[in-house]
Design a protein around this ligand. Sequence first.
Ligand SMILES: *Cc1c(COP(=O)(O)O)cnc(C)c1O
Length: 497
Amino acid sequence: MDEVYYSSTRDSSKKYKASEAVLQGLAPDGGLFVPDHLPALDKSLEELSKLDYKGVAYEVMKLLLTDYTEDELKNCIEHAYDSKFDTPEIAPLHQVGNAYYLELFHGKTIAFKDMALSILPHLMTTAAKKNGIKEEIVILTATSGDTGKAALAGFADVPGTRIVVFYPKGGVSPIQEKQMVTQKGDNVKVIGIKGNFDEAQTGVKMMFNDKALESELLGKGFRFSSANSINIGRLVPQIVYYVYAYTRLLAKGDIADGEEINIVVPTGNFGNILAAYYAKNMGLPVKKLICASNDNKVLYDFFTTGKYDKNREFHLTISPSMDILISSNLERLIYRIAGNDAEKNAAFMKSLRETGEYEVTPEMREGLKDFYGNFATEAETEAEIGRLYKEADYIIDTHTAVASAVYGKFVTDTKDADTKTVIASTASPYKFTRSVMRALDKDDASLTDLQLTDKLHEVSGVAIPPAIEEIKSAPVLHDNVIEKDEMESAVKGFLGI
Ligand SMILES: *Cc1c(COP(=O)(O)O)cnc(C)c1O
């Protein structure tokens, strides 16, 4: 058995088992947990092409979560990728020419975060058991919209856990708010904050860092944890669907065994594309990893100049989940191209904290050759939604449209139109109905966002996802709105302490 251990990107002296890294989330020094090596796939792609999603998930995840037993891992997978998804394929592909849209939005909240957040709670409770932790796990999350609902749906009614989600009242879309406040489950709590997202986030961070609160909670049988995207319990499950997509193309005979594909990912925090990069390093035949940004094109600039610079204007776009200037997961790539050198990486991250920028060395830039970066403007993104609808009768959401438009630029730039290309489709168009309908010139200002879904249905012919149907009639179960300095007492009230 090829054991994989984890260490911090900022200090490699201490080693952790996978389950310990899942429980902790972030390393104590503020760094991110990284595997000490990326094991090669130990089944052939041909063999994997005969397995279903759960089968592929097990074969990939067992290589990286090596201290979970076969039973434990299979049990987590069984609980995650079940009828919560609206198709047994879990992540189906939609072909348009040489492009294959990998639909990662068939879960509970119709966005790709479900792929990992449906399994994270099970990986966490299993890890707690393995490590002799008796306390109930309390997940605290501040959300600007998408992550909150995906985390709620993932943790709802999972024994041994509770979850509290804070969102800025008035600062999320009407559909996002409705999705959250209708969340069922005895262990869930959703609370609006009179403040913005940053204030909600700061409040959560303060609770995480409060030692007195921590020991008070431990005394009462509770332990805080976080479900954010830097947890390896989210990263590892994301590797699965790239292997799955490749093996579906192989099974269909659209590619030959070993033939290289391109992968395009609409990127924000760099988690999803990092998973594709890990897949390549585990032996998946990938030619280029195409990193697509919106107007917040800090990653495009990084790939073209070697300089990361967050000191710039922040743009609110129609692909809000990619409106990010500090892509946290990029730290894992920096660590790797620095030759797995924690000290070097720590210096770059210090520079980022203190000056908002850093520049990698020419040797490190060599390590970025697997990537191609580009961006799509708002107009290009809207035009891409219109083009695909007209030419292929396929409606994509705004985030996927950024990726699709960038793929077009890649083909123009590199003349590589022949390589079969998987485009990560990260949200259902039903999640961003207003922007999608506007791009199609079919917006109707007299309709609410939720009413617009019926119109999108008429235009697309695609069934309205259960996630949307449910919230239309679901009762509001959470209507607490509090001041931002009341967050701690709200948590205590919910825990009954
Ligand atoms: C979170 C999200 C992204 C960005 O993914 P990262 O892993 O943060 O790069 C893209 N699209 C949608 C719809 C998302 O919710």
